[in-house]
Design a protein around this ligand. Structure first.
Ligand code: NDP
Ligand code: MG
Length: 380
């Protein structure tokens, strides 16, 4: 029996993880569930999945939930609660599915204990990739991607020598605005941006998909996970989201991983690797797929994708600035305070404001994240 700690159990990935675990009760038990503030859903999850304890970051909500459920389950609170769970909890696998920079600290605590990290929280690798890779080596932690593109690449690489990789090719659906012109993007609204054609996800990543920042963050994620540079990581638009990514080898052979778009598969694989388990998910019916198409991305229209490539090349603290600025801008867009094209504008503004530092330590990363947010808040 393996014990799982889920960070972000009420999110889209968290809920899918619980669906996966429901069918694998003979193999996994749940150590703890953590959320930010959604105690109504957490309460239901506690009754159904019986974790040993839970964490609610919002202190008030934590108290409220503890009163509601009495001694059925211990509720920890605050960011310290997340750190306490990851640092001292009794678990084997961390499913890291918080959204945003908030995932960094608890994920690091878990790495320091040499755990398997099933990583959905891509922002952790974007802001602190170099440090995370070093810590994983130092503490013997295993980083297994949950993100579907990286899971696809990881699966293509099983049994392969990494020195034979020519190129990673990440697929991108292109999001809801694939067929709009840059001019059209000036006036798109929130509802249109949240209407993703293939995936049902949390709001932040859905907006990231509409700007294609999501693919940009994934390019940086791939850089750290697989150790390749800008010239060897390509993006191709594939609107059907059936091929989740490709690996091209030096002899010209290309491998791909295919399946209908459903995050339960990469989540299960991150838990089961190197094994595979039978399941009841919808399997792919090839004759039913009318066509699979591919296009070059438009870097002029999707400026966020270009910015992500640029900061990856620069390295240092720039990806942390880009991430913080993107989180601020997306949150403003979700609140209706800025327009869609102000998202890349905001990121550019932050990148111009701060100088780059090579090889930042953790302190510098926290400081830069905070300073970038403060600066941008003061400019709106
Ligand atoms: P959601 O917004 O659906 O869920 C986020 C989860 O994190 C919720 O449980 C939320 O709790 C919790 N949370 C949010 N903010 C904080 C915080 N400051 N401190 C502690 N907990 C917090 O996100 P997704 O599930 O869509 O995405 C999670 C991560 O996985 C992201 O990094 C995303 O990029 C990545 N990912 C997601 C995919 C998807 O299909 N959704 C695919 C690939 C990667 P509460 O409900 O209380 O707010
Ligand atoms: Mg993805």
């Amino acid at each position: 029996m393996k014990r799982i700690l889920i960070l972000g159990s009420t999110g889209s990935i968290g809920v899918n993880t619980l669906k996966v675990l429901k069918e694998l009760k003979d193999k996994y038990t749940i150590e703890a569930l953590t959320v930010n503030s959604n105690i109504d859903l957490l309460e239901k999850q506690i009754h159904e999945y019986l974790p040993n304890y839970a964490v609610v970051v919002d202190e008030q909500k934590a108290k409220e939930l503890q009163q509601r459920i009495g001694n059925k389950c211990r509720i920890l609170s605050g960011e310290e609660g997340l750190v306490e769970a990851t640092k001292n909890g009794n678990y084997d696998i961390l499913l890291s599915a918080l959204v945003g920079f908030a995932g960094l600290r608890p994920t690091i605590e878990s790495i320091k204990r040499g755990k398997r990290i099933a990583l959905a929280n891509k922002e952790t690798l974007v802001v602190a990739g170099e440090l995370i890779v070093d810590l994983c080596k130092q503490y013997g932690a295993e980083l297994i991607p949950v993100d579907s593109e990286h899971s696809a690449i990881f699966q293509c690489l099983v049994g392969e020598d990494k020195s034979y990789i020519q190129k990673l090719i990440l697929t991108a659906s292109g999001g809801p605005f694939l067929h709009k012109s840059k001019d059209d993007l000036k006036n798109v609204n929130l509802e249109e941006a949240l209407d993703h054609p293939n995936w049902k996800m949390g709001n932040k990543i859905t907006i990231d998909s509409a700007t294609m920042m999501n693919k940009g963050l994934e390019v940086i994620e791939a850089h750290w996970l697989f150790g390749l540079n800008k010239e060897n990581i390509d993006v191709v638009i594939h609107p059907q989201s059936i091929i989740h990514s490709f690996v091209e080898f030096i002899d010209g052979s290309i491998k791909a991983q295919l399946s209908v778009p459903d995050m339960k598969l990469p989540i299960q694989y991150a838990l089961s690797y190197p094994d595979r388990f039978n399941n009841e998910f919808t399997h792919t019916n090839l004759p039913k797929l009318a066509e699979l198409t591919f296009y070059e991305p438009d870097y002029n229209k999707f400026e966020c994708l270009k910015l992500a490539y640029d900061v990856m090349e620069e390295g240092g603290i720039s990806p942390c600035i880009l991430n913080a600025a993107n989180e601020v801008a997306v949150s403003k867009f979700l609140q209706g305070n800025i327009k869609f094209l102000q998202i890349p504008e905001t990121i550019n503004k932050a990148l111009l404001k701060f100088e780059n530092h090579k090889h930042p330590d953790l302190e510098t990363i926290y400081e830069t994240d905070r300073k970038t947010r403060e600066y941008l808040e003061s400019t709106f």
